[in-house]
Design a protein around this ligand. Structure first.
Ligand code: IMP
Length: 203
């Protein structure tokens, strides 16, 4: 099945193709169709993944897959959540402020919060639609438990990786090799959940 992936991020495209290629999915990025991404107005990760997938399917006439992800910090009442990419943006602005500004803001907001109270998790929702009006989308969700460090550690990854400590290994997400990260991460878990549903659907 030819599937348009509602992202311009080639790293994500590679990750999705590695895991779902063997199940018969052939991905093309939405950017290859010259289509802009929609505004992410949903209240939940699943809402945003669904609206991005529906937009991609409607604009291309193909099956579409989209993901939405973010960081949930307990001491901040679940923030930055669905606003993770725009956390440090000026109010009313939807422009991405960049990873460094987002991480700085997070560390500032958590200044003085004790290590035991810095618990957090990454969440990811992935939606697969056969068409824009598919009444039964596949939805896979995953989460990854950890803690927010007091200062960045490690050079790999992206986004909040240098300040997110994996609960299982005690290493920051930026200190994990990419295969290790996929095996533990919210996105890996959500992809595997979609894969399990795809396999069940063709049985
Ligand atoms: P989106 O799902 O591409 O909209 O990403 C949401 C934002 O959440 C990203 O810009 C990152 O700031 C953050 N995020 C999501 N997944 C990860 C991850 O695996 N590592 C670090 N940051 C992440």
């Amino acid at each position: 099945m030819r599937v348009v992936l509602a992202t311009g991020n080639l790293g994500k495209l590679r990750e999705f193709a590695e895991l779902l290629g063997p199940a018969g999915l052939e991905f093309e990025p939405l950017s290859a169709f010259g289509v802009e991404s929609p505004e992410e107005t949903g209240l939940t990760f699943a809402d945003n993944a669904l609206l991005k997938a529906r937009h991609a399917a409607a604009r291309t006439g193909l099956a579409a897959m989209a993901d939405d992800s973010g960081l949930e910090v307990d001491a901040l009442g679940g923030a930055p959540g669905v606003r993770s990419a725009r956390y440090a943006a000026a109010p009313g602005s939807d422009a991405s402020p960049g990873d460094a500004a987002n991480v700085d803001k997070l560390l500032r907001e958590l200044q003085g919060v004790a290590p035991a109270r810095r618990t957090a998790r990454f969440r990811c929702a992935i939606v697969l639609l056969r068409s824009a009006d598919d009444p039964a989308p596949l939805l896979g969700e995953g989460c990854w438990e950890g803690r927010i460090l007091e200062a960045p550690r490690g050079r790999g990854g992206f986004g909040y990786d240098p300040v997110f400590e994996d609960a299982a290994s005690g290493r920051s997400a930026a200190e994990l090799a990419s295969a290790e990260k996929h095996a533990r991460s919210h996105r890996g878990a959500a992809l595997r959940a979609v894969l399990a549903q795809l396999r069940a659907a063709v049985r």
